[in-house]
Write a protein that binds this ligand. Structure first.
Ligand code: PLP
Length: 346
């Protein structure tokens, strides 16, 4: 039985071209700056997102941590959404390792933070308060249905940040997904931020790796922060080789994932016992709910798994499905048929 795994876009396996590139990668010691494949990936990543420089890190979590450690010192405060991945799912790393205080403001359903909420959260100069240093956005927004933030919104937040002497960091784990959904050059989404992290291993199907991008000076400092958290890697060209193929070959196919997400959402809308608003599905992430008379989401997820469909239970009545490389339109039809069957039986 084939398993259709929609738990996350991190479950992808490297493409044959990636495996080939890994095998043939030219290598060196990257901590000494001598891995030609890493250097090529970093240059390519910086160019792609329109920044001066880039740094390869192990994961999105490390990308955000290193970026925030570079912007902030101990006792500083960052403003971020209450549903931000960095706030919810990165083990409190900025507080644990950097002594950096998180100040959350409510994420709106479209992933944005209201400008007045950000403005109100900025501290005045007072000995009682931490110092606000940084605003963090997330694009696409994982917990907000994979919503894509627009260039105009990003520019407004950047403008506010500049006016108030703050920096702006973007958790762009899926920034290419946002660019594809909005049909804009990714640089329109990154132009106004001081730093961003993006993931090679989510949706772009590379086995490992994320990029941190920013000015040359910022990346020089981020390189030091990466070393501090133990993220300096030696022959990391093994990872970078797949990352280069990811940037070269995987962005152009993202639309297929967005189309599959919409197809899936529309199908879910027609299944008794499930509820969803398909109009909220903009990118490759689909959240849907199970009705009260149904088993808990976790139980339903187990039943689905036994039939060959894996989705993630993310709350008592909420499930998530994420589309990615390796999932076809036929897989979506098969997934919907399993869902309809299981919901009919329970
Ligand atoms: C929006 C967002 N940021 C950051 C991360 C962290 O990435 P990683 O799992 O590579 O640490 C994720 C992971 O899913 C994510 O969805």
């Amino acid at each position: 039985m084939k398993t259709i795994d929609l738990r996350s876009d991190t479950v992808t396996l490297p493409s044959p071209q990636m495996r080939e590139a890994i095998y043939h990668a030219e290598l060196g010691d990257d901590v000494l700056g001598e891995d030609p494949t890493v250097n090529r990936l970093e240059q390519m990543a910086a160019e792609r997102v329109g920044k001066e420089a880039a740094l390869l890190v192990v994961s999105g979590t490390m990308g955000n941590l290193v970026s925030i450690l570079t912007h902030c010192g101990r006792g500083d405060e960052i403003i971020l959404g209450d549903l931000a991945h960095t706030f919810l799912y990165e083990a409190g790393g900025t507080a644990a390792l950097g002594g950096i205080h998180p100040r959350t403001v409510p994420n709106q359903p479209d992933g944005t933070l209201r400008l007045q909420d950000i403005e109100a959260a900025i501290r005045t100069d007072n000995v009682h308060f931490p110092r606000t240093r940084l605003i963090c956005l997330e694009n696409t927004h994982n917990r907000c249905s994979g919503a894509a933030l627009t260039p105009a919104y990003t520019a407004q937040v950047a403008d506010l940040a500049r006016r108030r002497g703050l920096a702006l960091h973007l958790d762009g784990a899926r920034i290419f997904h946002a660019a594809v959904a909005l049909q804009v050059d990714v640089r329109e989404l990154t132009r106004d931020v001081d730093s961003l992290s993006f993931c090679l291993s989510k949706g772009l199907a590379a086995p490992v790796g994320s990029g941190v991008c920013g000015s040359r000076d910022f990346i020089a400092e981020a390189r030091r922060a990466r070393k501090i958290v133990g993220g300096g890697m030696r022959q990391a060209g093994i990872i970078a080789a797949a990352g280069i193929v990811a940037l070269d070959t995987m962005i152009d196919r993202i639309q297929e994932d967005h189309d599959n997400a919409r197809r899936f959402a529309q199908g879910v809308a027609g299944i008794n016992g499930l509820s969803i608003d398909p109009s909220r599905v903009q990118t490759n992430i689909v959240y849907f709910d199970v009705a009260r008379e149904m088993p808990y989401a976790e139980e339903l997820a187990k039943k689905l798994a036994s039939r060959g469909l894996r989705v993630l239970s993310v709350g008592p009545s909420r499930l998530r499905a994420v589309m990615h490389y390796g999932i076809s339109a036929q897989d979506i039809d098969q997934a919907l048929s399993i869902l309809a069957d299981v919901c009919r039986i329970v």
